[in-house]
Design a protein. Structure first.
Lengths: 342, 296, 337
């Protein structure tokens, strides 16, 4: 794979939180890559650090977080088609000029809760235009025109009057469209969507997902979709990254994950979610036990205590990832006859 | 199996005290709060011991009027020759008594009314909030003068009465707001679903969750009322002159001549007030840290 | 038919729960939020009746109205006592107190359903004390029996809620509801606050308990896949009304109401080889304060006719299937009234 094709490549990302002088490693050796113009779905339960991983890349974490990585390379595309690589791990100040220049025009984020993502005292149009004015320095009037142009594309009807509304005059789905507009206004290449529809109803979720898909197909955007919903993954993703307790346990293409799920956790996750049209009397599989507390994890595989296929070797200290098919990585000792990758 | 079924409570008695123990340990580790607690205990003990031993605070030593601190009179004597050390000890008893009594009473009233207003809401709430606003708008000083005028005397009772009826509003507001939000908690709905009475839910279920802010506000109110008493006594509207309180002792230092020439008359009672109020505030802060459930 | 063998436990007739909207200092009522607006349902003993709908459709209010935690504005809610039915909405204080032992509720948020200042033991004991079980031994027996149902050791009772995970807490909440030995359990989104890997544990547990105690569930949730997994029959609600009521299987195989169809098609399915044709609904759920005239769904319905805009369709059985009810003008020819 040429690196030009990869818009984001993360190698061995580690994030540590310090509280009460105690260090807790939350994100552990996470490596993944996003191909240009595709969707990567990051799946996992709450507490699996999928959001922390993305916030580490965007450097949105507070002072008590330490972000280290071998490499976080973001490759932007210049207007003339040449690649412009940025090494994010070397940037010292998380809120310095370098990082801020990237956020917005290059990569942006859509957050989970549309209700609290918008400032209630400003008009939505101004909130969308703000990023544009900040980054391009164009006048307020020009920015307004661009917002007016963007709104219909995102399915916000009647932009002329909607642009001067306040967030409380919008419904949840419309607010999320405005949040997407804020993320889209500077025309970034990479959009990170952190559970964009979890707070919304299913029919509205369907609308938003259609919109994201349309943006990707028509404008060639790359999307990282963080979700816990396997159904959404099946519909949206090209590649899937399954996370558990701060580790990537399985990474592969959509077909790899759904047709040949290999890590016991992925398998269990796929079978424990109720699916429409289950036969009568068919029982859901359960994953025993509870999600462990990240502060007191034992060495070895994090899933070992809940795993049906756990062996002595799973408790060993160092478990690498094995490449069981091109591009399909699994972090489980069952597959140790395959080549190791890092 | 069968004997395992019953006697759950008996078998687990030791575990039940663990939270309290944990809180105590947490408090012991809070240095500032411990300093506060020690100062409070020492001062209260000294004042009570002094009062019990019957130190003479009232007989003037006519040969030693306005004498500075010495071996005979530890803190010196006041303008008419009374021993200041005895007066500060005795006055401490009254001052602390006023502070504690007023704080407890006003907090009980405020908490009870706040619970009723917050839990029932609607018209009861509206009425109580209006009443509290009226009390809040009324200047305390005018109220004190009115009472003195009506009763035609100054005394401990007046002060208690006034402090309590003008002091319950902050607690009332705080408790009311807590109840307004806590009554929507699911566990309250669960109790309703079991058919528990309003009284049981209000005081049995919600109150324990509001207890820690109430306790903290009580301690800080003690400090507040001690200062209030000192201020009112200083301008001569507080407790009758015959009863020494820290404020009353300060009252002797009203003239510029005394302030400049006999510093001990105002420094020692002033120091006592400052020290005690500071200690109480440290103690309250420590309690807040320990009791705040959100930090657990 | 199967229906005749089943014993009706609850008869809900035209139940309405409206919340007044007031304005100004004189509290003039200017309108109503019609959260539940004329719901009629039968609940059979031993079944699970699923209630599904989007936020704001009134499903939670329906659950609270059945529990009488919200007093209904109108209609009847008849509960079986022996061979008789009594109207719950007209119960006296004492009758209501007894009714609380018959019908219990499990709430959405297990994190706030247990009083954080009290030991689980106290939270469990209090309902029993209130309901007059005097001896401590008897109370502890009831508590342990309920705990065994949810696979939690009785010794855990001496802990505080914060020592438990979300799934354990929800199991504790179920156990607490069960200790007064209710006949009906109203479950309001019991798993939506839980992690996906924990949901299955709780759902399966609830199924096992139902089998063991012959409990009746009214299972309210927004997630149709979960509701379908749990329920024998499903009621689909839209803006305070039941628009379709059918056996769980029939609803999935042959959804009739356009809203049910849209809801089914909106659910993403984790199957990459059979992507379904999605029908995306336009617009959003209207406010329950200003409901559209006629059929409440008409402004989002792809099959809307002039008649739908003025006339509200009643809930009627499908021709040839008494158990499948739908409220839609499209089926006027096909339904028997």
């Amino acid at each position: 794979m040429e690196s030009k094709e990869l818009i984001l490549e993360v190698k061995k990302l580690n994030t540590t939180f310090v509280s009460d002088k105690k260090e807790t490693r939350i994100v552990k050796d996470v490596s993944f890559a996003v191909k240009r113009g595709t969707t990567l779905a990051v799946v996992g339960e709450s507490g699996c650090s999928k959001s922390v991983t993305m916030n580490s890349i965007m450097r949105f974490l507070g002072r008590n977080a330490k972000v280290e990585a071998e490499s976080i390379r973001f490759t932007a595309k210049r207007a003339d088609g040449t690649a412009e690589p940025h090494q994010l791990e070397g940037i010292k100040n998380p809120n310095g000029a370098e990082m801020r220049a990237l956020r917005g025009p290059q990569m942006s984020m859509v957050f989970q809760d549309p209700m609290s993502s918008l400032n209630p005292v400003y008009k939505v149009g101004d909130q969308v235009a703000e990023g544009l004015i900040q980054h391009t320095g164009i006048s307020k009037k020009q920015a307004r025109e661009q917002v007016l142009e963007l709104f219909p594309r995102l399915g916000i009807p009647d932009p002329e009057s909607r642009i001067d509304c306040y967030p409380h005059q919008f419904s949840g789905g419309m607010k999320q469209r405005v949040v997407i507009a804020i993320a889209m206004i500077c025309n970034p290449e990479l959009i990170i969507c952190d559970e964009p529809t979890t707070a919304l109803d299913v029919t509205i979720q369907a609308q938003i997902m259609e919109l994201l898909k349309k943006l990707q197909v028509e404008n060639g955007k790359s999307i990282i979709l963080i979700t816990h919903n396997m159904g959404l993954v099946a519909e949206m993703a090209d590649e899937v990254c399954v996370m558990y307790m701060g580790r990537v346990v399985e990474f592969g293409s959509l077909e790899d994950i759904f047709d040949h799920p290999s890590h016991p956790y992925t398998k269990a996750l796929l079978r424990s979610v109720p699916v429409l049209g289950l036969a009568d009397g068919q029982k859901l599989e359960t994953i025993p036990g509870i999600t462990p507390n990240p502060a007191d994890l034992k060495p070895g595989c994090e899933f070992a205590d809940r795993c049906a296929e756990c062996t002595e070797r799973c408790r060993g200290a160092n478990i690498p990832a094995y490449e069981i098919a091109p591009g399909h990585r699994v972090r489980c000792v069952q597959f140790d006859h395959f080549p190791e990758v890092d | 199996m069968e004997n395992q079924v019953t006697g759950i409570k008996e078998r687990n008695k030791s575990a039940s005290a663990s939270l309290l123990k944990k809180n105590i340990r947490k408090f012991l580790n809070n240095r500032l709060a411990m300093v506060g607690l020690v100062v409070i205990i020492v001062m209260v003990a000294a004042c009570v011991a002094g009062a019990l031993m019957g130190v003479d605070y009232n007989t003037p030593d006519l040969s030693n009027m306005k004498a500075g601190p010495s071996g005979e009179h530890l803190f010196g004597t006041d303008t008419i020759g009374r021993d200041l050390f005895a007066r500060v000890l005795y006055g401490g008893c009254y001052s602390i008594l006023i502070g504690v009594l007023c704080a407890v009473l006003s907090n009980v009233i405020g908490a009870a009314l706040g619970a009723v207003a917050g839990y029932f809401g609607g018209k009861v709430d509206k009425l109580l909030v209006r009443v509290s606003e009226i009390f809040q708008a009324f200047p305390q000083l005018v109220l004190v003068m009115m009472i003195v005028a009506i009763m035609n005397q100054r005394g401990l009772g007046n002060l208690l009465f006034i402090f309590v009826i003008t002091g319950w509003m902050t607690t009332f507001r705080m408790v009311r707001n807590e109840y307004l939000s806590l009554k929507n908690e699911t566990y309250v709905k669960v109790c309703e679903a079991f058919g528990m009475s309003n009284r049981r839910i209000m005081f049995g279920q919600i109150l324990p969750n509001v207890m820690s802010p109430i306790i903290v506000s009580t301690t800080t109110n003690v400090a507040f009322f001690i200062l209030q008493e000192a201020a009112l006594s200083f301008i001569g509207l507080g407790v009758a002159d015959s009863t020494p309180t820290w404020g009353n002792i300060l009252n002797a230092a009203k003239s510029v001549a005394v302030v400049t020439n006999q510093w001990w008359i105002w420094v020692f009672p002033g120091l006592a007030i400052t020290l005690f109020v500071l200690a109480i505030n440290f103690f309250g802060d420590g309690l807040r840290d320990v009791l705040d459930a959100k930090q657990q | 038919m199967k229906q005749q063998e089943k014993e009706i436990l609850f008869q809900i007739r035209d139940l309405r729960t409206w919340f007044p909207i007031t304005k100004g200092s004189f509290k003039k009522v200017v309108g109503h939020v019609k959260a539940v607006d004329g719901v009629s349902l039968d609940v059979y003993r031993g079944e699970t009746l699923g209630v599904v709908g989007e936020s704001g459709c009134g499903k939670s209010t329906l659950g609270k109205s059945i529990m009488m935690l919200e007093k209904p504005t109108g209609g009847q809610s008849l509960f079986r006592y022996g061979n008789d039915f009594k109207d719950v909405t007209k119960f006296s204080r004492e009758e209501m107190f007894q009714f609380r032992c018959k019908v219990q509720m499990v709430f959405q948020d297990p994190y706030s359903a247990l009083n954080p200042q009290k030991k689980i033991y106290t939270s469990f004991e209090e309902p029993l004390i209130v309901h007059g079980i005097k001896s401590q031994q008897e109370r502890e027996e009831l508590m342990s029996r309920a705990l065994r149902m949810v696979n939690i050791q009785p010794d855990y009772l001496m802990r505080y809620p914060h020592e438990f995970s979300g799934g354990q807490r929800q199991r504790l909440c179920i156990a607490r509801a069960l200790e007064v030995m209710p006949e009906v359990l109203v479950c309001d989104e019991p798993v939506s606050a839980l992690d996906v890997s924990i949901q299955a544990q709780v759902l399966n547990l609830m199924k096992d308990i139902q089998k063991e105690l012959r409990l009746t569930y009214i299972f309210i949730a927004h997630d149709l896949s979960v509701v379908q997994y749990m329920s024998d029959r499903i009621a689909v609600m839209y803006l305070g009304k039941v628009v379709e009521l059918a056996d769980s299987r029939a609803l999935y195989d042959d959804p009739m109401h356009p809203y049910t169809r849209a809801l089914l098609s909106a659910i993403p399915v984790p199957d990459i080889h059979n992507p379904k044709k999605r029908q995306v609904l336009e617009g959003e759920v209207p406010s329950p304060i200003r409901k559209p005239t006629g059929c409440a769904f008409h402004n989002r319905c792809p099959h809307c006719t002039e008649r739908c805009k003025t006339e509200d369709p009643p809930l009627r059985a499908k021709a040839g299937d008494e158990t499948h009810l739908v409220a839609c003008h499209l089926y006027d020819a096909a339904v028997s009234s």
